[in-house]
Write a protein that binds this ligand. Structure first.
Ligand code: PGA
Length: 246
């Protein structure tokens, strides 16, 4: 069966020193029933990776070109130099504020797989799309377009279903919505990748996940973990999420 995976997306929070303190506190308190990780900002990646023995340390983005005139961007090789093996791609904040498209995300997924990095690919509908009953259309399209024409270890990919209206709003999706949409995404994985990939790929739910609601998501058959923002920033709350995985 699929091993649950919980990743804390720190967004633009915490300094290197905070990352060091966090990792030192948390790293020895994980367990084997799940995979657990954090995604610090670029500036704290080296420190987090340096102190992490058990925690996955993920970047929050990467550029698809290997080098060049892309001011402010970071390449795969730059992440690899820090020992980073995971990267979040296509987070809705990147899509909304930095105009990231499915096409660009697809290029990023490709270069990650070519270079042995594991992508956590985010999909999810906006409030407007949700209210217009377009969730299925949107997540199927995003899944198809972000994962088109891939080669390499596609089964290692992690998908995060994050309804945009639930991110940072305290308004989490019901467990039924999370389950139904993750099941749709899994169905689309069959079309775009394979039956085996659909059965193997882990799909996280994200959007106002907290210690007091994570168990209900983890209990859903098609939800294999969580991508967590706010509730991943404090050691105590992160460890409560870790201990919700049995
Ligand atoms: P949130 O963020 O848990 O603070 O809603 C989730 C995310 O953006 O990944």
């Amino acid at each position: 069966m699929r091993k649950p995976i919980i990743v804390g997306n720190w967004k633009m929070n915490k300094l290197s020193k905070d990352a060091m303190d966090f990792v030192k506190e948390v790293d020895g308190k994980l367990h084997d029933a799940g995979d657990f990780g954090i995604a610090p900002p670029y500036t704290a990646l080296w420190t987090a990776q340096h102190y992490a023995e058990n925690l996955i340390v993920a970047a929050q983005n990467v550029h698809f070109e290997p080098s060049g005139a892309y001011t402010g961007e970071v390449s795969i090789e730059m992440l690899q130099e820090l020992g980073i093996k995971w990267v979040i791609l296509g987070h809705s904040e990147r899509r909304q504020y930095y105009n990231e498209t499915d096409e660009a995300i697809n290029k990023k997924v490709k270069v990650c797989l070519e270079n042995g990095l594991t992508p956590i690919v985010c999909v999810g509908e906006t409030l407007e799309e949700f209210e217009a009953d377009k969730t299925e259309e949107v997540v199927r399209r995003q899944t198809r377009d972000c994962l088109a024409n891939l080669e390499g270890d596609v089964n290692s990919i992690v998908i995060a279903y994050e309804p945009v209206w639930a991110i940072g709003t305290g308004k989490s999706a019901t467990k039924e919505i999370a389950q139904d949409t993750c099941a749709l995404i899994r169905d689309e994985l069959k079309n775009v990748l394979s039956q085996e990939a659909a059965e193997t790929i882990r799909i996280q739910y994200g959007g106002s996940v907290k210690p007091d609601n994570i168990a209900e998501y983890l209990a859903q058959p098609d939800v294999d973990g969580a991508l967590v923002g706010g509730a991943s920033l404090k050691v105590d709350s992160f460890l409560e999420l870790v201990n919700a995985v049995k």
